[in-house]
Design a protein around this ligand. Structure first.
Ligand SMILES: Cc1ncc(COP(=O)(O)O)c(C=O)c1O
Length: 407
């Protein structure tokens, strides 16, 4: 740290300069990591929330009871969206993001298994599942078993059945998956879990605020939420397609008392009872309040309108890609996440050309290809994207060897 401080204007000017070296989070050239709506009304509402809750702390709900009510209302609203019918709203908690929601769910599934005498519980997850499940196995001393995918890039249910053991404590299904945007056969996997007597976690971290509204709009969405018998947990991120700043996700349990397996209580120190429902201790309330505010502001009708636009954009992108010779969409992605493959062109070389033109397409390794996660703002750049992609497919050199990486 400097000895003497600097004027705020100078500090902010330096930040502006540094930020320019990173991709523009509002621009429509970045695919994933951020989920811009292009809506100033939503962003100004969120700024209003952050002004009010800048120095908040959601650690102690007994002290900040109004804040605790807001948090419960977020859990109620999200529970309703995924048709959770149990009466007790406490069967879920807010977390900092999809990873923490998944960690909490795996912990609860481990504790349920241990109560049954299972010594080293196993997570059975599709090969396309998010790394957070492997992370949970690593943190919580569990085994991690990968289920191969079928030719449609969905978890292979037959393979899942053959991999079940007496130690399997949870079967994972993605609705939908990050690598390919494909929804796993949730009903079959949940039925398997029910038959086996274990949990079934549906990862709706990306799909949770897309699929319910697609269904409401009359699009074909296979069953995936708590209406499916056997689904025990659902994770869904507000900080992705809920359009809230980072730090907001929910983990929901089907049964009321399962939350207590993830809640930590301690009173063997000088300051009495300490309890937290998830990993964090002190945490900002701003993302939770922003989630409440955006849901209040948009209502289901507002989210439906956004998802309608998003679906139109992804239909245009899918159709445009279909017109580019040499490109193929991987499987049948249900929503606005598209993976590309090719047996004719080196798609990493294509991505190099796209990089030069200011796009940030992600590279996939399996299948080798590209990955596009669309946000509402992409409606502004669909035509330019498709034109540049067609150009890059025709005119590219040798791949510069940039590796695929998510983080
Ligand atoms: C399907 C899926 N699950 C879980 C996560 C983890 O979410 P987070 O990065 O918020 O921890 C992601 C992140 O992209 C995801 O795509």
């Amino acid at each position: 740290m400097r000895n003497e401080g600097r004027p705020a204007s100078e500090v902010l000017a330096e930040l502006d300069e540094r930020q320019q070296r990173d991709p523009d989070v509002h621009g429509a050239r970045l695919f994933g990591l951020v989920y811009p709506t292009g809506r100033e009304d939503i962003e100004s509402l969120i700024r209003g929330v952050y002004d009010r809750y800048l120095f908040s702390n959601a650690l102690n709900p007994l002290k900040f009871t109004a804040l605790a009510t807001i948090e419960r209302e977020v859990l109620t609203a999200t529970s309703q969206l995924v048709h959770r019918t149990a009466t007790e709203v406490h069967a879920g908690s807010m977390t900092s993001g999809g990873t923490e929601s998944i960690l909490m769910s795996m912990l609860v599934n481990r504790e349920r298994a241990r109560a049954k005498g299972i010594k080293r519980p196993q997570i059975l997850a599709p090969a396309s599942a998010h790394p957070a499940y492997a992370k949970a196995a690593h943190y919580f001393d569990m085994d991690y078993v990968r289920v191969p995918l079928d030719e449609g890039y969905r978890a292979d249910v037959g393979a899942a059945r053959s991999l079940l053991t007496s130690e399997t404590c949870v079967i994972v299904a993605s609705a939908y998956s990050y690598p390919h945007g494909i929804i796993d056969p949730v009903s079959e996997l949940a039925a398997l879990a029910l038959e086996h007597g274990c949990g079934c976690h549906v990862d709706a971290c990306i799909g949770g605020f897309v699929l319910p509204f697609m269904e409401q709009l009359g699009r074909a969405v296979p069953p995936w939420d708590f209406r499916v018998a056997g689904v025990t947990e659902i994770s869904m991120d507000l900080h992705k397609y809920g359009y809230v700043p980072k730090g907001a996700s929910v983990i929901l349990h089907r049964d009321d008392d399962w939350l207590w397996h993830q809640t930590f209580f301690y009173d063997q120190w000088g300051s009495g009872l300490y309890a937290t429902p998830a990993i964090a201790g002190a945490r900002s309330a701003a993302p939770t309040v922003a989630a409440w505010a955006v849901m209040e502001y948009l209502g289901e009708a507002g989210y439906r309108a956004i998802v309608r636009g998003l679906c139109e954009t992804s239909d245009r992108v899918k159709a445009g890609i279909g017109d580019i010779e040499g490109l193929e969409i991987v499987g049948s992605p249900i929503g606005p996440l598209i993976a590309l493959r090719s047996d004719r062109v080196d798609l990493y070389a294509v991505a190099d050309v796209m990089d030069e033109r200011g796009w940030h397409l992600n590279r996939n390794i399996d299948p080798y290809g590209l990955h596009l996660m669309l946000s509402p703002v992409h409606h502004e750049t669909v035509d330019e994207l498709l034109t540049d992609l067609a150009h890059a497919v025709k005119h590219h050199g040798v791949s510069k060897g940039r590796a695929a990486r998510y983080s």
